[in-house]
Write a new protein. Structure first.
Length: 655
């Protein structure tokens, strides 16, 4: 058993180092860095590039990768992005860091190639020496991990608690302005913190490569598991984060010891341990307090009454956009019609983000999970039980609906960052424990799903999807204009103020959560039918993160943006495959990531920005006013409720 505990401590030590980096970043900048895994991957891949591919000695490669490239990446990202995010809303912070998590692996692939690397060396010389400690074998790689954990904890605790530098870092959290008045440059402190954070990311990445190889997805999953330790530390306590990280590693080792190694239960339980820990601590924190622990509310414009004189513009543009999309199946080649069909189905899924985040003000990262529930359920009902396809798709949405309601009820008392982590945890648990069941996997082939008999072709089914999209989009528009929609807007703007006028925050958020889950389930069923199969891999949680990044780029509150984002997600790779060199396949993810990053400077999204510019040009050409759009005009893309001129901003503390 001791051997299993020692092995578990290795993984726990990597969790601990990653958690330390996440806590330091949040303490100083108020940003929970969802791109930590991508940073770790980039530095580890660079180390492999130097040491293995170009035969640098370990020490030289480690110095350059960990002490130059890692901190340099942090400084570069701070200068280009993170310094702009301090006063941004939680949604913008999450979207920007998610954009980085998409962009960095794409850049790494362009620089280093896309070879699959299943085994990579760590910091120990090869062949790795094995020590005997009381009869238990311990490798040099394991010893290095233990040493790095001890140094990280000791140095971190001393610096943060008992040095002037640590005092300045902690002062940055409370008030950058007051920190600057005391003679400390907040920018210099922030640069240092981000350099240290990316160093820790690179260190954890290099240390874990002997365990998980060099795959960006594995790094993201591993670092997501480290969030459990961060949550247990309430985003602030470095010692607690380290202890919980080590404890999760030990728990994994004990599970391997007590459960049979060839059991499917063992294979499912071990990856689920960090997410079970996350759920336990979230429920504990929620039970202790009815008030949000962290995060600010998403503030956006709340009513269509701001549309004013631009109402004619508000309905003409979406109508033209939908007519244009409806004409495309008539003129496109079959290959492009297939991509169009998939894009429209994704547009329906993206409407669920419009509901839960754009209208409900909740940062949910599990909409793709609800889409998977809908798609996998619909395939089972239609293929295995003989249900009509449309009825099966609707039933899939109805199965997802109560899940959304339950998640909404559980997260209502949590702050925005905790909500994001809860939904991410839920998605990963469903992906690891439910979607991997043989009933859904079917030996990796998935479950086939036909089209409805009245629309068997790609063109015909595209119009079925367009009809579903229009129905849901109209329901969203009508919801915004209803009394319930005005109540949702008030809740987004200020929950305390909403309570004073008698609005039920719980009722409002649970309502929109259920509608969003139902919409995602419908979209997931349509997507499965468009592909001809319901495959769990098509509903991977981190793929949903990319979906959110794409939608935020276009505009989170616009129904037309949902359609455009869906089409962009399918057409961009298609264009790369059809007309561009093979290496260009990494460019669409790169562009999606950069688009999500751009929301730091343009929170409303691309379509809202273009709508304002077109409106201003129209005003200039007509000679009816200045180039600036009137404050009361509908600033959002067609189909939106006309966002606040200030976009999405903070209404409270940034933490």
């Amino acid at each position: 058993m001791v051997q299993y505990v020692i092995a578990g401590l290795v993984l726990g030590g990597i969790y601990a180092i990653a958690a330390a980096g996440l806590v330091v970043t949040y303490l100083s900048a108020g940003i929970l860095n969802f791109s930590f895994g991508a940073m770790a991957y980039f530095v580890a891949r660079f180390f492999y590039f130097l040491h293995t591919e170009h035969h640098w000695p370990i020490l030289g490669a480690a110095v350059v990768a960990l002490l130059v490239v890692g901190p340099g990446l942090g400084v570069l990202l701070y200068a280009a992005l993170f310094r702009l995010l301090r006063q941004s809303s939680p949604l913008i912070k999450v979207a920007a860091t998610l954009g980085i998590s998409v962009t960095i692996p794409a850049i790494a692939t362009l620089l280093f190639g896309n070879d699959t690397i299943l085994k990579a060396p760590g910091l120990a010389p090869e062949p790795v020496h094995v020590f005997q400690v009381n009869g238990v074998p311990v490798t040099a790689d394991q010893m290095i991990v233990y040493g790095c954990v001890i140094l990280t904890v000791a140095i971190g605790a001393v610096v943060l608690r008992w040095t002037e530098v640590g005092l300045r870092v902690r002062a940055m959290v409370d008030s950058p302005a007051m920190t600057s008045l005391s003679g400390t440059n907040p920018g210099v402190v922030s640069v240092g913190v981000w350099a240290v954070s990316t160093f820790l990311a690179g260190l954890s990445g290099v240390l874990c490569t002997p365990i998980i190889g060099l795959d960006a997805g594995n790094f993201t999953t591993l670092m997501a598991a480290a969030f459990a330790a961060v949550i247990a530390a309430k985003l602030r306590s470095l010692p607690v984060a380290v202890v919980v990280g080590l404890g999760m590693g030990v728990a994994g080792g004990l599970v391997q010891y007590y459960l049979p190694s060839d059991s499917s239960l063992t294979a499912a339980v071990i990856p689920a341990i960090p997410f079970v820990v996350t759920a336990v601590f979230l429920l504990y924190n929620m039970a202790r307090s009815s008030a949000p622990h962290t995060g600010a509310r998403l503030a956006a414009a709340t009513s269509a009454t701001r549309a004013g004189g631009a109402s004619s513009f508000s309905w003409r543009a979406p109508l033209l956009a939908l007519v244009a999309v409806a004409c495309l199946p008539l003129v496109l080649h079959d290959f492009w019609v297939g991509l169009l069909m998939q894009g429209v189905a994704l547009g329906v899924v993206f409407l669920s983000f419009t509901l839960v985040t754009g209208e409900g003000g909740m940062i949910w990262l599990c909409q793709i999970t609800f889409a998977g529930v809908g798609g996998l359920s619909a395939a089972q009902l239609s293929t295995e039980h003989g249900w009509p396809v449309i009825a099966a798709i609707v039933a899939g949405g109805l199965i997802a609906l109560p899940m959304g309601v339950i998640i909404g009820m559980l997260t209502i008392r949590l702050g925005d960052l905790y909500v994001a982590l809860v939904t991410l945890t839920f998605g990963l648990l469903m992906e690891g424990l439910v979607f991997t069941r043989s009933t859904f996997l079917n030996f990796g082939l998935g479950v086939s799903m036909d089209r409805p008999g009245f629309a068997p072709s790609d063109k015909g089914f595209t119009y079925v999807e367009l009809a579903a999209f229009c129905i849901i989009a109209l329901l969203i528009v009508n919801l915004r204009r209803s009394t319930t929609g005005l109540g949702l807007g008030a809740v987004r703007w200020s929950e305390p103020a909403s309570k004073t006028i008698g609005l039920s925050v719980l009722q409002m958020k649970v309502l929109v959560a259920g509608l969003a889950a139902f919409t995602a389930g419908i979209g997931g069923g349509l997507y499965a039918s468009s592909l001809g199969t319901a495959l769990p891999a098509n509903y991977a949680t981190f793929l949903g993160v990319i979906w959110l990044a794409v939608l935020v780029t276009f505009g989170i509150r616009s129904t037309v943006a949902a359609m455009m984002a869906g089409l962009a997600f399918t057409f961009a790779p298609g264009l790369a495959i059809a007309y561009l060199p093979h290496w260009f396949a990494q460019v669409p993810p790169l562009l999606f990531g950069l688009g999500a990053i751009s929301v730091a400077g343009n929170p409303e999204g691309l379509l809202a920005q273009q709508a304002r510019q077109i409106r201003a040009a129209t005003v200039r050409l007509s000679g009816r006013g200045s180039a600036a759009a009137p404050p009361g005009s509908a600033g959002g893309p067609p189909g939106s409720a006309g966002p606040d001129p200030r976009g999405i901003e903070l209404t409270g503390a940034s933490r």
